[in-house]
Design a protein around this ligand. Structure first.
Ligand code: HAM
Length: 418
């Protein structure tokens, strides 16, 4: 036992977990506002689902093993194959276009570095059954909304869009055979940051036209033009630009692809996605067009830290019941009743000395202390706003059903002290 998690795995202590929950709430809220329904799938899938569909990069990073039933299985490294498998199996039960989202935890055996781990959470939004590029615009608008709910804007991030269909035609024009196209695209995906000499070495005669495309001296494809126009209407025009450097490493993309990057260019991609019109058919399902994206919590968390944005704070209880040992039973009845009435109520079950209970109430960030002392026998209790030390008095009233009511109710204490 080292006291540390495995390399690349993260412990989320309550403060870090509060930040993670803040990110999840923004993702869920953006999905809800944009009409996506939540789904979940299994963490463990058959190895085959990935070896055939994801592409070599992810396959090389799989956590896989044989289970006790001698099946080759893998921890999910991405959600798209599970999503496609689920939709292929049941799409007839759902009206198209299907708009679903999920926040799975994923596992990839990568070299741990800033924003890259061996597990991460990933917000996935996908649309099935819509061929129009408006589907990509809808996805990009949703991810922009999610980022803006966290306090990020077009000055902080940029959505870089490209089109594999455009690259397909480009390679065709330059004489690359169909069977060699995936290999060339893989090389292109890995050439980011390479010197012109290295590019020339890897691409030969293609290096010059590729350079021109990368410099942006080419027109948008029709699909990219439509997406930009729709996003402009939805208020996200200045978040997006064309960048043909984006190719995406995953094997199943067939059309428009996109990535979200920090404007300063310091981090790896915050999100990535694109159109994968053939995947459902390949999984034995119907020929249904599909497109989607995944946004990871880790790079996003780094970006929020850089921008000094707090996505979520650990919250203390609304009130902390502080009681004399002799009033313990009354205090416990109050805890139960107040919790049932909707308040977040904490207390120290050992009921140590009064001062110790108050110290704990403050350390745990409770807003109010409910003081159950000797006068409680006469129906009187005190309340204290911990941050300001201001105090007030309330009466407790036992109800016929055994529950306890406070007068004034804790919801009105701030008004009483004002
Ligand atoms: P991806 O580009 O492999 O796409 O991952 C999407 C995002 O997940 C990345 O931009 C990054 O923020 C985060 N991510 C990936 N790997 C790691 C890691 N090892 N540590 C931390 N964060 C990571 C996909 O996974 C596609 N399945 C997305 C998609 C959905 N395409 C269509 N629908």
């Amino acid at each position: 036992m080292t006291g540390q998690p495995l390399p690349g795995f993260r412990d989320f202590y309550p403060p870090e977990h509060a930040s993670l929950r803040g990110i999840f709430s923004a993702w869920r809220e953006a999905s809800r506002r944009s009409g996506f329904s939540e789904y979940e799938g299994p963490e463990l899938e058959s190895l085959e689902l990935y070896t055939e569909k994801s592409g070599d990069e992810i396959v090389g990073q799989l956590y896989h093993f044989k289970d006790k039933g001698d099946r080759e299985v893998a921890l999910r490294p991405e959600m798209t194959p599970t999503f496609a498998r689920m939709v292929a199996g049941q799409h007839r039960n759902y009206k198209k276009p299907i708009k679903w989202f999920s926040i799975p935890r994923l596992f990839r055996y990568e070299r741990p570095q800033r924003g890259r781990h061996r597990e991460h959470y990933q917000w996935n939004c996908d649309i099935v059954g819509e061929r129009s590029p408006c589907a990509e615009a809808e996805l990009i608008a949703t991810l922009c909304l999610g980022l803006s709910l966290l306090g990020l804007g077009s000055k902080d991030v940029v959505v870089k869009m490209s089109d594999r269909g455009w690259w397909d035609r480009f390679l065709e024009k330059h004489g690359v055979k169909e069977e060699n196209k995936p290999g060339v695209l893989r090389v292109l995906d890995r050439l980011e940051g390479a010197t012109p000499e290295q590019r020339k070495e890897k691409l030969g005669a293609l290096a010059k036209p590729v350079e021109e495309a990368w410099e942006g001296n080419v027109h948008d494809s029709e699909a990219l033009g439509e997406i930009k126009s729709a996003l402009g209407k939805m208020g996200y025009g200045n978040w997006c630009e064309t960048d043909f450097r984006i190719v995406r490493g995953l094997a199943y993309y067939t059309g428009v692809v996109f990535e979200v990057h920090d404007r300063a260019g310091k981090l790896r991609a915050v999100a990535g996605g694109g159109r994968y019109d053939d995947l459902l058919k390949k999984l034995g399902g119907e020929d249904l067009p599909a497109t989607g994206f995944g946004m990871g919590d880790a790079v996003l968390g780094e970006l929020l830290r850089d921008k000094k944005i707090e996505s979520g704070k650990q919250e203390g209880a609304d009130l902390f019941v502080v009681a004399e040992g002799a009033e313990k039973d009354l205090a416990l009845s109050m805890v139960g009743s107040l919790r049932r009435a909707g308040f977040a109520v904490d207390y120290e079950p050992g009921f140590p000395k009064w001062g110790k209970q108050l110290e704990l109430a403050e350390a745990k960030g409770a807003r109010w202390a409910l003081l159950v002392g000797r006068e409680a026998k006469d129906g009187k209790v005190g309340f204290k706003e911990i941050s300001t030390r201001r105090q007030g008095e309330a009466r407790w009233i036992g109800q016929k059903d055994g529950s306890i009511c406070l007068e004034p109710s804790p919801g009105d204490w701030a008004k009483v002290l004002a």
